[in-house]
Design a protein around this ligand. Structure first.
Ligand code: SF4
Length: 386
């Protein structure tokens, strides 16, 4: 029975590869879409490399169904769009497909999403059933990233968190107003933000259980959303809902949708949002520290840390021998590892030259040079010598 089913499953997965490019599983959604330009109609198109808590992994991207009863304005799976081929898998098919590919060494995990058919709760049950089979029948211990449907039940969310390594609740917009413009049938607070808050409550209720981390994704640039709005919400989720990571997916117009004539988002905006998001999550920055322009967006031609340093450190450089860890993390080119290395080295002796920073494994001390003092003096840069 299983052997007869497998070729169909793999053929269907290949047929679904066109569709899964629109369901980004990693941190470079535009990259995943670009693969579509070179379609070979092979299984490789359903496989993508993503960063997981255990490093980069080859992941199978699959969907329970590419049909959907909803009408989100930007989405290729929206109801009534004839250009989307509709395919549906059973949980058995998906689980056996993953097992086959995993045994063949083709993948090391799965990202499973779905359009919504017969409501969120019924659709979510299909994702949960698939994961149950994968974990129990196939005894699969590898990476599973499962999508949370909007407005599911508390017990479903808890079960998902037990089965998965990562779950995603995609907010899409940073607030109800932006979400209304993107996905008019979704309720921001109850169906989306509420899921992220429940996930954190579940983690607190079960502190000794291994439970999935939570991520979210925003669709950037279609409905006037600003960087400030997106980063405010990301920061709130990092600090209050235990979010592991916010993903920013630059809008890309899809034919036969209400947004087909809108301009695509510059990929550089995604990149700048990630840089700012890491400053909030890993560097102790506050949203108000970020260098927003008057329209609430960041400049594209300079990374946010350097833009801040240009405004604040150019005329008041930081003394490396005395700066606190927090101050060191404000300097371009100095991250958490470098800041700790500097603090350690300072106890051993004086840091007086850029070459000393290089010895501390700071890859590009030149980047830091305009914003620091070394033992009271501006550092002499290699290029300054010529
Ligand atoms: S619910 Fe999801 S799959 Fe369905 S139209 Fe909206 S974004 Fe697309």
């Amino acid at each position: 029975m299983l052997v007869q089913m497998l070729p169909d499953t793999l053929t269907k997965l290949v047929q679904m590869s066109d569709a899964t490019q629109f369901e980004p599983a990693g941190d470079q959604p535009q990259q995943e879409r670009r693969h579509a330009l070179y379609q070979s109609h092979s299984l490789d198109e359903c496989i993508t490399h993503v960063s997981t808590p255990k490093g980069k992994r080859k992941i199978l991207k699959a969907m329970v169904t590419t049909a959907c009863q909803m009408n989100c304005h930007y989405c290729p799976f929206r109801a009534g769009r004839s250009k989307m081929k509709r395919l549906t898998f059973t949980p058995d098919e998906l689980a056996s497909g993953l097992d086959t590919l995993q045994q063949a060494g083709k993948v090391e995990g799965m990202f499973l999403s779905s359009g919504i058919i017969k409501g969120s709760v019924t659709t979510q049950d299909k994702i949960i059933d698939t994961a149950e089979i994968v974990r129990k029948r196939y005894n699969y211990k590898g990476y599973l990233h499962l999508k949370v449907m909007p407005g599911i039940e508390y017990d479903q969310l808890y079960r998902l968190m037990q089965l998965a390594d990562r779950i995603s609740v995609n907010l899409e917009g940073p607030n109800q107003e932006r979400l209304d413009a993107l996905a008019p049938k979704k309720d921001f607070k109850r169906e989306l933000l509420g899921m992220l808050q429940w996930a954190e409550a579940i983690r607190r209720e079960h502190p000794y259980q291994k439970l999935a981390g939570t991520v979210t994704q925003f669709v950037v640039g279609a409905v006037g959303d600003t960087d400030q709005e997106l980063l405010l919400m990301s920061n709130q989720l990092y600090h209050k809902a235990g979010l592991t990571r916010a993903y920013y997916s630059g809008f890309h117009p899809i034919e036969q949708t209400p947004f087909e004539n809108l301009a695509p988002t510059d990929p550089l905006r995604e990149h700048r949002l990630y840089q700012a998001s890491f400053l909030l999550r890993d560097y102790g920055w506050k949203v108000e520290d970020l260098p927003f322009l008057s329209d609430g967006n960041m400049q594209l031609d300079m990374d946010p840390k350097r833009a801040w340093a240009e405004m604040h450190l150019r005329s008041a450089p930081i003394e490396i021998m005395q700066a606190s860890r927090e101050q060191l993390l404000r300097v371009p080119g100095i991250g958490p590892v470098a800041a700790d290395a500097i603090l350690g080295a300072r106890r051993q002796g004086r840091i007086t030259e850029l070459s000393h920073l290089q010895k501390l494994h700071i890859r590009a001390p030149e980047q830091a040079a305009p914003y620091i003092l070394l033992d009271g003096r501006k550092p002499v840069r290699q290029m300054d010598l010529f």
